[in-house]
Design a protein around this ligand. Structure first.
Ligand SMILES: [Zn+2]
Length: 402
C-alpha cells in the first residue's frame, strides 16, 4: 500500500490517482459544478490481484473520510452482488474526493448522481430518468472509460426453471396451469382467459379444449414413460400400497415404487392412483397391481410389497404370487410381504384409546380438570401425534378400567 498522500481534506492515496475522475453536477438553476471523485476500482481493473489491492486501498481511504466516519450516514453496498438492474452497466460508482460522499457517475455524459443507497435508499429510477434525458442520450462519445469487467446483473432466481417460449413449451405450461389450478378443460376457451393471454403476449394462439385434451394425454404418457427412466436394467423394485376412501365415498388405491437408481440414489415414485370400484377384494387389488407391474415392465423385478395387515391384503399378495407363477416368475408372498409397522402401532393405540373411553367413569370427574391441565402441558411440550399424546398422558397417570 502506498502511504504517500495527495492533497485534499481526505488525503486520497497516490496509488488511487488513476481512479480519480471529474464529473459534473447540475444545480437547480442549470448551473454545472465540477466534482472530483475517486471511482470504486472493482469494475475498472482487469487483473484479479491488482483489483483486490486497489479495492483494499480504496476501502481504507474511504473508511477514514468524513462521510464514512459520521455515525449518522448509511454505508452503501459497494459493487453489491445483489444488483440485478441493467442500468448498472452504464454507470460507475465512487465517492467524492473531499467528503467521501458516495455517488454514481454516468459513463456517457459524466453527470454525477445520487448513490441509490447513499443518503437513503432511493432505487435506480433516477438513473433511468437521467439517461433518457436529451442531454445524456445525445452525448456522442462516452466521457468516461467503460469498465474492464462489465457489470453482470444477478440472474433472477425462480423456484421453477421457466422454459423459453415456443408453441410446444406454451402447450406444456398450459397443461401444467390447468391441472395445478384444477380448472376445467373448457377454461382454455374462456374469453377472459384468452384476453389475458393476449395481454401478456399479443397474437398468441391458444388451442381448443379438444386439442388440449389430446395434449394432456400426450403429456401424461410422456410423464409416465419418464417415471422409471433412471432405474437400472436389472434393478429390483419394491412397492407400497394403501387404499383410501374420499369423503364422497369414492375409493382409491395408491401404488408407490421404491428403488435404487443407477446413481445409487433411493427413489420413490407414485406409480399409479387407481380408482377402486365395487368390492375391495384382495383379488381385485391384485389385478390393479399386476396392471401397473405390466405397464412398467416390472413383473420379473418385483422385490417386496409393503401394506397394512388388513385381511384383503393377505389375499392380494397370494393372488399376486399366483399371477406371477403363471408367467414362471418365482416370487414368495411370505418372504416378500412387509406389514406396515406404523399401521400396527396405530391399531394398538386405537385399542388403548377404546379402553380409555370405557374407563371414563364418574370417579375420574374430580380429577378431570387436573388431567386436562396435564394434557395441555404435554401438548405444549411435545409434537407427537394426538393418539400417542393421549397414551403418554394416560401412562403417566393411574387409570381405572371398568
Ligand atoms: Zn448521462
Amino acid at each position: 500500500m502506498d502511504d504517500e498522500m495527495v492533497d485534499g481534506p481526505n488525503r486520497v492515496p497516490l496509488s488511487l490517482a488513476n481512479f480519480k475522475v471529474t464529473g459534473h453536477r447540475i444545480a437547480v438553476g442549470g448551473e454545472h459544478t465540477m466534482v472530483e471523485l475517486v471511482k470504486y476500482p472493482h469494475r475498472f481493473v482487469a487483473d484479479d490481484d491488482e483489483r483486490t489491492a486497489a479495492v483494499n486501498v480504496w476501502r481504507s481511504w474511504w473508511d477514514n473520510t468524513g462521510y464514512a466516519r459520521d455515525p449518522n450516514t448509511p454505508n452503501p453496498h459497494w459493487d453489491s452482488h445483489t444488483r440485478s438492474s441493467h442500468i448498472w452497466t452504464s454507470v460507475g460508482e465512487g465517492a467524492e474526493c473531499t467528503t467521501g460522499t458516495p455517488c454514481i457517475f454516468c459513463l456517457r455524459c459524466g453527470q454525477v448522481l445520487q448513490h441509490p443507497n447513499g443518503q437513503r435508499s432511493i432505487g435506480t429510477r433516477h438513473i433511468v430518468k437521467h439517461q433518457s434525458t436529451k442531454a445524456c442520450s445525445s452525448t456522442e462519445a462516452f466521457v468516461h472509460d467503460q469498465p474492464h469487467t462489465p457489470f453482470t446483473p444477478r440472474p433472477r432466481t425462480t423456484s421453477l426453471s421457466t422454459p423459453l417460449y415456443s408453441t410446444e413449451a406454451l402447450e406444456e405450461e398450459l397443461v401444467r396451469v390447468v391441472i395445478d389450478s384444477n380448472w376445467s378443460f373448457r377454461s382454455v376457451e374462456r374469453p377472459s382467459f384468452l384476453r389475458f393471454v393476449d395481454f401478456l403476449r399479443p397474437g398468441t394462439v391458444i388451442m381448443s379444449r379438444y386439442k388440449f385434451e389430446q395434449t394432456f394425454h400426450k403429456q401424461y404418457d410422456k410423464a409416465k414413460a419418464a417415471l422409471l427412466s433412471d432405474i437400472g436394467t436389472s434393478t429390483k423394485i419394491s412397492i407400497a400400497l394403501d387404499g383410501w376412501s374420499a369423503a364422497n365415498h369414492l375409493s382409491f388405491l395408491a401404488i408407490k415404487g421404491y428403488y435404487i437408481n443407477t446413481n445409487w440414489k433411493l427413489r420413490e415414485r407414485l406409480l399409479d392412483f387407481v380408482p377402486l370400484r365395487g368390492k375391495h377384494t384382495g383379488f381385485s387389488m391384485a389385478m390393479e397391481v399386476m396392471k401397473v407391474l405390466d405397464e412398467t415392465k416390472m413383473k420379473s423385478r418385483l422385490l417386496a410389497v409393503t401394506c397394512d395387515n388388513a385381511s384383503n391384503n393377505s389375499t392380494m399378495v397370494t393372488s399376486i404370487k399366483q399371477h406371477l407363477e403363471t408367467e414362471n416368475i418365482d416370487w414368495s408372498s411370505d418372504e416378500n410381504l412387509i406389514l406396515c409397522l406404523a399401521h400396527i402401532i396405530n391399531l394398538v393405540v386405537q385399542d388403548i384409546i377404546q379402553h380409555l373411553k370405557l374407563a371414563a367413569s364418574d370417579e375420574l370427574t374430580h380429577t378431570a380438570t387436573l388431567q386436562r391441565q396435564h394434557i395441555e402441558d404435554v401438548e405444549a411440550r411435545s409434537s407427537v401425534p394426538n393418539s400417542l399424546r393421549k397414551v403418554t398422558v394416560s401412562l403417566s397417570q393411574p387409570f381405572i378400567t371398568s
